[in-house]
Ligand binder design. Structure first.
Ligand code: RNT
Ligand code: ZN
Length: 424
């Protein structure tokens, strides 16, 4: 089937009608769209190949993270991944930004150890980013490596293994600084390590001391143009009882070292949500990084959809005027569906959620709350769920030269037929 779009005259008409309804509530729709268009959302490269990367491997893969699903068509090399990303950027409105992991290097078929990587291994990405007008963020890769197999990297008791990973971190910061320089924009570099234990540790203290020391060593040099972020986690595969870099560890680390905490929506207890944390943290620190994800019973990294968690997060960013203080990045990986579709659904949903939040009557809601008019506040929040927000979104997509409504699926299906299905 061809998925329907709308005629531009209909999109315009629906937009005019909808904008008038929002105007009745003193909401400036054009202003909201301008703000939305300025949003930087860093699209994670790793959805395109199930967190595989393009390293020439030596030895056992080593765990830490796992994607599930065997949908055909995953990118097998950087060129394929870049093609897929180019396609994704034609379906997602707004600015283009990509989040790379160190394992996505290009090394001409040669084995390059993690502690030997440099900006030269990302020259292809930099050239591509310049020509496609894409900004880049970066991540060292502390998993999927024989030296991560024990479950400890930067907190490893073995000094030589620790040194190996420290060197990896140092090299990666230099790559990030090169991204910042070449692309003339801040590069956020996020540190996540899988370190932890499956069962009750006898010593919870030493690994944490070592992790702090290792990070201090990595961050010793100030580098221009980069922002370091540190990402905590509740548990992982093989670290069910004890994660060295827990939430508290990294909050304290980030605050004491003036780094950005990275909050991943999947890294908390099942009913604990990230939206409430923004005002708590940003009362004390200037900036943080968000990993927009969707946990399903656990840190399952499902494709982001416009559910309550996402809407609440978007609302907090808007109500708290926090969009300038928060770096936004997607982080999910689903190998069981078309990966181009996964990127597009996730990124479009997040931008849709932001737009939805920008089209709420925030000053009025705050006033009603202050005046003790709880029923009015709740009622208006509910009534707004029926406002013609979709008409504004469609208009924004048209103006951004991306497909309107579900018609982006036609492009995804064509791409699947002509490109993805040919990959083995
Ligand atoms: C893992 C973290 C981390 C990774 C990426 C690939 O639990 O969420 O952000 O998803 O580094
Ligand atoms: Zn994450």
């Amino acid at each position: 089937m061809k998925y329907p779009s709308l005629k531009s005259s209909d999109i315009n008409r629906r937009y005019e009608d909808a904008a008038e309804l929002y105007n009745n509530w003193e909401i400036d729709v054009d202003k909201a769209l301008k703000k939305l268009d300025g949003i930087n959302l860093s699209l994670h490269c790793w959805q395109g190949d199930d967190v595989g990367g393009f390293e020439v491997k030596k030895g056992a893969p080593g765990g830490g993270i796992m994607a599930t699903g065997a949908f055909p068509g995953k990118a097998r090399c950087a060129d394929e991944l870049r093609n897929d990303l180019e396609k994704a950027f034609t379906l997602i409105p707004g600015k283009k930004r990509l989040n790379l992991h160190a394992i996505y290097l290009e090394s001409d078929g040669k084995f390059v150890e993690r502690d030997e990587i440099g900006a030269e291994h990302f020259a292809g990405w930099i050239d591509w980013a310049i020509s496609e007008k894409v900004k880049l963020d970066f991540n060292p890769t502390f998993f999927a490596h024989p030296k991560a197999e024990s479950g400890f990297t930067l907190s490893n008791a073995d000094k030589s293994i620790r040194k190996f990973w420290i060197d990896h971190g140092i090299k990666c910061r230099k790559i990030a600084a090169e991204f910042a320089k070449k692309l003339k924009d801040t590069c956020v570099i996020n540190f996540w390590v899988p370190d932890g234990l499956k069962d009750y540790p006898a010593d919870r203290w030493s690994p944490r001391e070592r992790l702090a020391e290792s990070l201090d060593e990595i961050f010793k040099t100030d580098l221009h143009g980069i922002k370091d972020a540190v990402e905590g986690k509740l548990f992982g595969l093989g670290s069910e009882e004890y994660v060295v870099g827990s939430n508290e560890f990294y909050m304290a680390y980030a605050i004491s070292r003036k780094k950005l905490p990275c909050l991943d929506m999947g890294h908390y207890h099942p009913t604990e949500t990230v939206h409430d944390k923004l005002s708590a943290l940003l009362t004390f620190i200037p900036e943080l990084l968000l990993h927009v994800s969707r946990p399903m019973r656990w840190d399952s990294d499902h494709v982001v959809i416009m559910n309550d968690d996402l809407l609440n997060l978007a609302r907090e960013l808007v109500r708290g005027n926090a969009l300038d203080k928060v770096f936004l990045a997607t982080d999910f990986f689903d190998g069981s569906i078309n990966r181009l579709g996964a990127w597009t659904i996730g990124a479009r949903s997040f931008k849709k959620a932001l737009l939805y939040a920008m089209l709420e009557p925030v000053p009025l809601l705050k006033k009603l709350e202050k005046d003790g008019c709880g029923a009015e506040k709740l009622a208006i929040m509910e009534e707004f769920k029926g406002m013609p927000f979709g008409a504004i979104w469609d208009f924004y997509c048209m103006k951004s030269d991306v497909p309107v409504g579900a018609s982006w699926l036609n492009f995804m299906c064509d791409y699947e037929k002509s490109v993805l299905s040919k990959r083995s």
